[in-house]
Write a protein that binds this ligand. Structure first.
Ligand code: MLC
Ligand code: AMP
Length: 504
C-alpha cells in the first residue's frame, strides 16, 4: 500500500471521471479523468528528465490549470513540491534553490537566464519554463504524450516521506524549509473534511495563490480529496469573485479578501445567500469585519487557524457557535495546550504560548535538525503564537511571540528588511514594525537612525531590488535614536504605538 497523497486524490479523480473538477472562467475545464490522465503524462515526462522520488521540484509560476497538473504530477512521481511566491526577487529565489538542492526548477521565461546562471552552484539543476499554456514544460508534456508515455503508476511513498517543502522565514537566520509529509496532507484534509462537512457537492471558489499552504493544501487539496469542483481564478479580484460566486458554494480567503468584498456595495445577501460557507484564515479576522459581514450577508465567516508547519490546527464549528475573535476549538485529532514562560501548563483564560500536536504536524526543518529540536517538545510543536483557551475549549490568538508582520495574509519578518536597511551607507540602525492597515490588516513602517538625513527614495529602491514587493516599507520615519529598554533591546511596542495611525 502506498501512502502517496496523490493516491488519495486519484481515487476521487477516478470517481469523478466525467465531472468537471477544475474550471478556469474563460479558459479550460478539466474533468477528473483529464486531471488523472494529464498528471500521468507529465509525471512520466518528469521521470524521463531523470527525476527520482524525493527530488525537489521548485516552482515559481503564475496560477493556472497547468500549475495544478504540475503539482499533481510532482506528487504522483514521488518528487517533492516546492512552491515559491511569484513576487520573490531573483536574489531571494537563489537561496531557496541552493538550500533545497533543487533538481528541477519551473519558472516563467523572464526568469530563465537568472536561473540558468545558478547551475554552476547547483550542479544537478534542470530548468523548464511555463507561461500559461506555453513553455518547455509544455513541450516536455507534448513529447511524452506523443510517445504515449503515461505511466499510470503512482510512485509508492511511505507516510513519513516528503510531499512538499515550503519555506518560512523566521526571527533569526535564513528562511527554513518546512518538510511536509504525505501523511500530514492526508491527515489534515481528513480533519477539515470532517470539521467543515466538505463533500463532492461543494464547489470551491479558489482565488488564493497556489504557492502557500492556504491556497494549495487547505483549499485545493481539500476539494480534490473530496472530488469537489474548483472554480479557479488567477488571483483575488472582487469583480471576478462576484462573477464566479453564483456557481460556488464555499469560499476561502485571507481577511483582506473579505474587507475588499465588503467595500463593494454589490456584495449582498442576493449574491451570497446560496453560499454554504465562507472561511477566513492566515491572519486575524477583525471582530468588526466579522460583524459587518454578518450584518451584510446574514452569514458568520468561519475563522480557522493554522500555519505552514502544521497545516490547520483549529477551526470554529460548522454547526454551533462561530465566535468572532476566536479561531475555535482544535480540529478532530489535534491537541492544543497553553504554556507559561516557565514551561508549566496554564489554566483556562490565561495568555501563554500555543503548542499543538497531531498527525498534521510537519516532520521538521530541511537540513536543520537543531532548529527543529528547538521548536519541538517531544511531539508538541511550539507555534510561536500567543493564545488563550476558554473554559469551553475555544482558542483565541492574542498575539505573536515571534517578531512577525502579517500583511494581506503574507508573513513578513522585520529582521529581513532591517538587515537590508542596516547594510546601506549612512544607516546606523533600523526597526521595522507592523501597524494597523485598513486593507492589509498590517502595514509596514520603517524607522531609521542615520548619520545624516537619509534618502528614503534610495532606500526604497534598494528594498525593491532585494525584497519581494509585499515586504516593502510603505512609511519611512527618521529618528535620532530608537527607544530601548534597560537591557538595550529596541522597544518595538512603543514604536508600534507611536506610528499606529500611519495608514489610517
Ligand atoms: C501585494 N502587495 C502587497 C500584498 N500583496 N502589499 C502588502 N501586503 C500584501 N499581501 C503589493 C505589491 O507588492 C504591489 O506593490 C501592490 O500591492 C499590487 O500588487 P498585486 O499583486 O496587484 O496586489 P493584490 O492583487 O491586491 O494582492 C493583495 C492580496 C494578495 C491580499 C490579494 O497579497 C493575496 O492574495 N494574499 C493572500 C496571501 C496568502 O495566500 N496567504 C496564505 C499564507 S499560508 P507595488 O508597490 O509593487 O505596486 C498561511 C497559513 C494559514 O498563512 O494559516 O493559512
Ligand atoms: P505561515 O507561517 O505563513 O504559515 O503563517 C502562520 C501564522 O499566521 C500563524 O503562526 C499565525 O501567527 C498566523 N495566523 C494564521 N491564521 C490565523 C488566524 N486565524 N488568526 C490569527 N493569526 C493567524
Amino acid at each position: 500500500m502506498t501512502h502517496n497523497v496523490f493516491a488519495a486524490i486519484q481515487v476521487n479523480l477516478q470517481h469523478s471521471a466525467d465531472k468537471r473538477l477544475l474550471s478556469i472562467p474563460g479558459g479550460r475545464n478539466l474533468t477528473g479523468s483529464d486531471l488523472d490522465a494529464e498528471s500521468a503524462i507529465l509525471s512520466s515526462a518528469l521521470i524521463d528528465l531523470g527525476l527520482e522520488p524525493g527530488d525537489r521540484v521548485s516552482v515559481q509560476i503564475d496560477k493556472g490549470w497547468m500549475n495544478v497538473v504540475l503539482y499533481l504530477a510532482v506528487l504522483r512521481c514521488g518528487a517533492v513540491y516546492l512552491p515559491l511566491n511569484s513576487a520573490y526577487t531573483n536574489s531571494e529565489i537563489e537561496y531557496f534553490l541552493t538550500d533545497a538542492e533543487s533538481r528541477l526548477h519551473v519558472c516563467v521565461a523572464d526568469r530563465l537566464s537568472h536561473i540558468e546562471s545558478l547551475k554552476g552552484s547547483i550542479p544537478s539543476l534542470q530548468v523548464l519554463t511555463l507561461d500559461g499554456e506555453t513553455g518547455t514544460l509544455v513541450d516536455a508534456f507534448e513529447t511524452a504524450k506523443a510517445a504515449c508515455q503515461s505511466s499510470t503508476d503512482v510512485v509508492a511513498r511511505a507516510s513519513n516521506d516528503l510531499a512538499s517543502i515550503i519555506y518560512t522565514s523566521g526571527t533569526t537566520g535564513k528562511p527554513k524549509g518546512a518538510m511536509i509529509t504525505h501523511s500530514n496532507l492526508v491527515a489534515n484534509a481528513g480533519m477539515l473534511t470532517e470539521a467543515w462537512g466538505y463533500s463532492s457537492d461543494d464547489v470551491l471558489l479558489h482565488s488564493l495563490p497556489l504557492f502557500h499552504v492556504h491556497g494549495l493544501f487547505v483549499a485545493l487539496n481539500l476539494a480534490l480529496m473530496n472530488g469537489g469542483p474548483v472554480i479557479m481564478l488567477p488571483k483575488f479580484d472582487p469583480e471576478m469573485v462576484l462573477e464566479a460566486m453564483p456557481d460556488a458554494t464555499v469560499m476561502m480567503g485571507v481577511p483582506t479578501y473579505y474587507t475588499r468584498l465588503l467595500a463593494d456595495p454589490r456584495f449582498d445577501r442576493d449574491v451570497s445567500g446560496h453560499m454554504r460557507l465562507f472561511i477566513s484564515g492566515s491572519a486575524p479576522l477583525l471582530v468588526e469585519t466579522s460583524d459587518e459581514f454578518f450584518s451584510r450577508t446574514g452569514q458568520r465567516i468561519l475563522e480557522r487557524y493554522g500555519m505552514t508547519e502544521t497545516g490547520m490546527s483549529c477551526s470554529n464549528p460548522l454547526n454551533g457557535d462561530r465566535r468572532a475573535g476566536s479561531v475555535g476549538p482544535p480540529l478532530p485529532g489535534v491537541e492544543v495546550r497553553i504554556i507559561a514562560e516557565d514551561g508549566s501548563l496554564l489554566p483556562h483564560g490565561e495568555i501563554g504560548s500555543l503548542e499543538v500536536k497531531g498527525d498534521h504536524v510537519f516532520k521538521g526543518y530541511w537540513k536543520l535538525p537543531e532548529k527543529t529540536a528547538a521548536e519541538f517538545k517531544g511531539d508538541w510543536f511550539i507555534t510561536g503564537d500567543m493564545a488563550t483557551l476558554s473554559n469551553d475549549g475555544y482558542i483565541s490568538i492574542v498575539g505573536r511571540g515571534k517578531d512577525l508582520i502579517i500583511s494581506g495574509g503574507l508573513n513578513i519578518y522585520p529582521k529581513e528588511i532591517e538587515d537590508v536597511l542596516n547594510d546601506q551607507e549612512g544607516v546606523i540602525e533600523s526597526a521595522v514594525v507592523g501597524v494597523p492597515h485598513p486593507d492589509f490588516g498590517e502595514g509596514i513602517v520603517a524607522i531609521l537612525v542615520g548619520e545624516s538625513q537619509l534618502d528614503t527614495d534610495a532606500l526604497q529602491a534598494v528594498c525593491r531590488e532585494k525584497l519581494a514587493g509585499f515586504k516593502l516599507p510603505r512609511r519611512w520615519i527618521q529618528l535620532d535614536a530608537l527607544p530601548r529598554n534597560t537591557m538595550g533591546k529596541v522597544q518595538k511596542n512603543l514604536l508600534r504605538d507611536d506610528y499606529r495611525d500611519s495608514f489610517s
